[in-house]
Design a protein around this ligand. Sequence first.
Ligand code: HEC
Ligand code: HEC
Length: 309
Amino acid sequence: MKLPARLLLVFCVFIIAAGYWLTDFDAHFAFRGDGRWKTTRAADPVNGKVLFAAGGCISCHASSGSDDRVHLGGGKPLKTPFGIFYPSNISPDLKDGIGRWTETQFIRAIRDGTAPDGKPYYPAFPYTSYRHMSPDDAADLFAYIKTLPPVAGNAPAHDLSFPYSVRRGLVLWKLAFLDGTVIEVEPHKSESWNRGRYLVEGVGHCAECHSPRNFAGAIIDAKRLSGGPNLEGKGTVPNLTPDKTGLATWSEAEIASLLKDGFTPDFDSVGGSMAEVVRNTAELSDTDRMAMAIYLKSLPPIEGQKRSK
Ligand code: HEC
Ligand code: HEC
């Protein structure tokens, strides 16, 4: 074996060993109770339904081959540069879904990317954004999901190439890239700006598609929301900042209107994954769509990628 190959092997063994150790570490210390999962009121499934739409859970977790908006059987292939993910069954089925989960286990999954058994989740599940939700909102989401019909059956195993197939390695990824927690209200800004920021940066996870990523698949913070690669293959995901390569000429009303009907100001309609997003944002209130538009228009302009036709 040549030296670089040997070094690579040692490196991989090290990563896997560190991953094992840290997973146990995570499981051990996770419940020390620093309040990260504490709720302050009774869960509200009506608010949960709004967050479910804003979060686009159905876009990934719908039962494979079904266009149904309430059956969360999972298994619809999600293609990424790292391989194909098959989102889990998150219906309240007692055997195959999350019917036996406690509220705390759910809050921990969605805010920390940690499974009930302590294993780390892949960030293809966008907990990197969802973690900005408050524990109360996460509990509301859980309460809503519990009202949906149980679906039997498991999603296939993910089809990932090495080293991404080593789940333990994700503990290190999380240590390196997972940051931020609940988005706090900025008192000197308006209520709609604060609501818009909460939706865009948190549960709406707009930056997950609309930003460039580094070699390890983490969002490059300085270029957040300035457009990203299109995983569906053609073109790019456009810049959402008010730069001339982005939404500079769009009014707040025009952005809000796209989130309702999918039409751009020049009467083109968005396609692909954004059409899916619009099916979800169409279920929100006009006030929430306008709040997102107000927040986007307030961002510092960053030069990025224009919408490609
Ligand atoms: C972009 C696709 C995507 C979206 C959107 C998404 N998920 Fe997921 N989710 C996944 C993937 C992929 C997994 C599996 C992760 C893994 O195996 O590490 C997952 C796993 C989960 C799990 C863990 C299930 C288990 O059995 O361990 C829960 C809970 C979950 N998602 C809830 C949600 C909720 C609630 C929403 C909406 C707020 C949501 N997800 C939105 C892709 C997504
Ligand atoms: C799953 C990936 C994905 C997510 C999540 C996503 N978008 Fe998009 N978005 C796209 C793609 C792809 C396009 C380009 C669609 C096209 O050109 O047909 C787009 C286009 C847009 C456009 C039109 C911009 C232009 O210049 O034409 C706006 C506005 C927009 N998205 C806002 C949002 C907001 C707000 C959110 C969060 C609520 C969001 N998007 C979440 C993928 C996504």
